[in-house]
Structure formats: structure tokens, C-alpha cells
Design a protein around this ligand. Structure first.
Ligand code: KG4
Ligand code: ZN
Length: 343
């Protein structure tokens, strides 16, 4: 049995998992959300230190509770970007140390591709498909031909959907990360009571821009005094309007992408914001209307986790790919190089 260890440290969650033959064996996740909530967002230096502190003990626990020795690992997979440079480096250094001492293949996994493949742990993934990653740092559309073949069709020009939720939520008095709470509050709100503009539709591309909506929502939060704890009754309407505007922008661009990819009738949605009930619902309805299908991972698999890295790493290893010990960490904003070695 080929056993793949997956290591995820690209942002503020330390994730470790074991995948064998496409099935999850076990996983561990240490969230740093509480440590960063005090600051209202991720503090990169703090994130790196926490990964550094957690990785060793988590690795020992994962192996011990599965009765495994390190030498029984067959592949070491690690998120190599995009993400926070310091955070990525902690995971990559750990992975390289293991690969070197155990003399096992190392695979650097694209964190966004791993998000999109994560649903494969729960159901079969048909190809080709359209992939939508919506997270705290990214909003991107891909054409996916297979586990190692992704063509990016659209990206975010500034702030990602999750960033708009988190920062607007912070200014409305919600704790970081605010996306989940906004989703919950929005269910009892009226999106038309405090209307917000659906952003970046007057163009022909498949890109996204959420900075304007973020600013609009922050202004409205201030006008309503939500930052000072006033007008709490208006919070559900505020959340519903923001959620509605984000969902509409996403749906519109996905529909446009599908219209241009006639051979595709499957959409994978992934990333933390893919946990959003309104977005999931709207995309599901869109795919049904078009005679296609939405594939969305269960909520825990939407978030950053080690299982998706182990799973993607195993698929790449099976396809004969690996990296040398020169594997580089790639921070957000830098193109991930096509530097995998093929057997
Ligand atoms: O993928 P992820 O765990 O980390 C990144 O790679 O960014 O995504 C985190 C993002 C945060 O912005 C968080 O607020 C958002 O996902 N999020 C949600 C929901 N659950 C998490 N946004 C909207 N609705 C949710 N239910
Ligand atoms: Zn992520």
C-alpha cells in the first residue's frame, strides 16, 4: 500500500494527513484562528512560529496513533504555494528533512489545485471539468483536464471573496475569520434592505475583483455604526446583502466560463468560501439549470487541511511526478513554476 503523508502550512492552519490508495487514513489539524483573531487577521510571523511549534508533535501523534514508523511512509507531499512565504517554508523544510532522511520521493503540491481535487476523497472526479477556488486569498477559475493538468481561465485582480467577508465582517464587529458567521447571519436577513453592488461584471473576462465591494461594505458598516456595536438588528440584513453580492458575482463569471467551455458540464467548487451555503446553493441550481453537476467537498474538506495535500500528492506520485530537494516555496502573487520531474 502506497502511503502518502500530506503537509499543509500555507496560511494559518497546520494540517497533516495520511492517504493510501485514494482513501484518507487519518488527519490532524491545528487551527491558529484564535491566536490571529486578537489581531483581526493573520499575522505572518506568528503563523510561521505556530507551524514550527506544532509540526513535530503532530507528526509524532499521527504516526503513533496509526501504529506506523516513519520508514513506512512512501511519499512526502507538501503544499509549496501559493501562500505566506514563512509559513510555507516551515512545512517545506519539514518535508525535505523527512524525504532526505527516509530517502522517499518529495512532491510539492499547488495548494489551489489540492483544494480543487479534495472532493476526490469523497466521490469520483470526472474530467474535463471547470474548477472554482474561492478562499481567503484566492478567487480563481480553472479548466481541469486531469490531476496534473490545470489551465487558469480567471483570477482575482485584488481582494479575494474571503478577504471581503473577513474585513467587512471585522468592521461590522464580527470576529476573524468572519465568513462563517456572515453566512449564518445572512440566512435571516433581507439582502435588499441594505443593497450592495455586484462587483466587476461590466467586462468580458473571467476575472474577479472584490476590493470595491469590500470598501462599500465597510462604509455601510460604519454608517450603520456596526463597528461600535450599534444597530445590531441590522446585522443580518448587512450580511445578507454582502453574501448576495459575492454570490451573484461568482455565479455570473462561472456561467460565462461554462458558456465558453462547451464540452464541460461539471463544476468543482473548493476553498474555505465554498462552505458558504448561499454560494453552494446558487452554484448547484446553476449547474442543474444547465443540465450539469456541481461537485463540492464536505465542509471540513473545503477549509485548509492536510488531507487534500496528501490526496493530490498521491495522485501526482501515481502519475510519476516528483520534486528534487531544491523545491522552492512560492508566495502568493508569484507564478508556480512547472518544475516537477517525471519518471
Ligand atoms: O481555504 P481557506 O481555509 O484558507 C485560505 O486558503 O484562504 O479559506 C478561508 C476563508 C476565510 O476567508 C473564511 O472567512 C472563509 O474561508 N469562510 C467562509 C465560510 N467558511 C469559511 N466564507 C463564507 N461562508 C462560509 N461559510
Ligand atoms: Zn486554502
Amino acid at each position: 500500500m502506497a502511503l502518502c503523508l500530506g503537509i499543509e502550512t500555507s496560511c494559518d492552519d497546520t494540517g497533516l494527513a495520511l492517504v493510501s490508495e485514494g482513501h484518507l487514513v487519518d488527519s490532524l489539524l491545528a487551527s491558529q484562528a484564535d491566536a490571529h483573531a486578537v489581531f483581526g487577521g493573520v499575522v505572518p510571523e506568528l503563523a510561521s512560529r505556530e507551524h514550527e511549534r506544532c509540526l513535530g508533535p503532530m507528526f509524532d501523534t499521527l504516526l503513533q496513533r496509526n501504529g506506523l514508523e516513519p520508514a513506512e511512509l512512501d511519499v512526502i507531499a507538501v503544499a509549496r504555494g501559493p501562500g505566506l512565504l514563512g509559513s510555507l517554508l516551515t512545512g517545506i523544510a519539514f518535508a525535505k528533512g523527512l524525504a532526505l532522511t527516509l530517502q522517499k520521493p518529495l512532491i510539492g503540491v499547488n495548494h489551489l489545485h489540492a483544494h480543487l481535487l479534495a472532493a476526490g476523497l469523497e466521490q469520483e472526479l470526472p474530467y474535463p471539468a471547470l474548477g472554482l477556488v474561492i478562499s481567503g486569498g484566492h478567487t480563481e477559475i480553472y479548466r481541469i483536464e486531469g490531476p496534473a493538468s490545470f489551465v487558469r481561465l480567471g483570477r482575482c485582480l485584488d481582494d479575494a471573496a474571503g478577504e471581503a467577508f473577513d474585513k467587512a465582517g471585522k468592521c461590522a464587529g464580527l470576529d476573524y475569520p468572519a465568513g462563517k458567521r456572515i453566512d449564518e447571519l445572512a440566512r435571516s436577513g433581507n439582502p435588499d434592505a441594505i443593497p450592495m453592488t455586484v462587483p466587476y461584471l461590466h467586462n468580458e473576462n473571467l476575472d474577479f475583483s472584490f476590493s470595491g465591494l469590500k470598501t462599500e461594505a465597510i462604509r455601510k458598516a460604519w454608517e450603520l455604526g456596526l463597528d461600535k456595536g450599534e444597530n445590531r438588528k441590522k446585522l443580518p440584513d448587512f450580511c445578507a446583502a454582502l453574501n448576495c453580492a459575492v454570490a451573484a458575482a461568482i455565479e455570473k463569471k462561472v456561467e460565462r466560463a461554462l458558456a465558453r467551455q462547451k464540452s464541460i458540464n461539471t463544476l468543482y467548487v473548493a476553498g474555505g468560501v465554498a462552505a458558504n451555503s448561499r454560494i453552494r446553493d446558487q452554484l448547484d441550481k446553476l449547474m442543474r439549470r444547465l443540465g450539469g453537476r456541481l461537485i463540492a467537498p464536505s465542509i471540513p474538506l473545503c477549509m485548509d487541511n492536510g488531507a487534500m495535500i496528501a490526496y493530490a500528492g498521491q495522485l501526482l506520485a501515481q502519475a510519476g511526478f516528483s520534486h528534487s530537494l531544491e523545491l522552492e516555496a512560492i508566495p502568493r502573487g508569484r507564478k508556480i513554476p512547472d518544475d516537477m520531474m517525471r519518471k
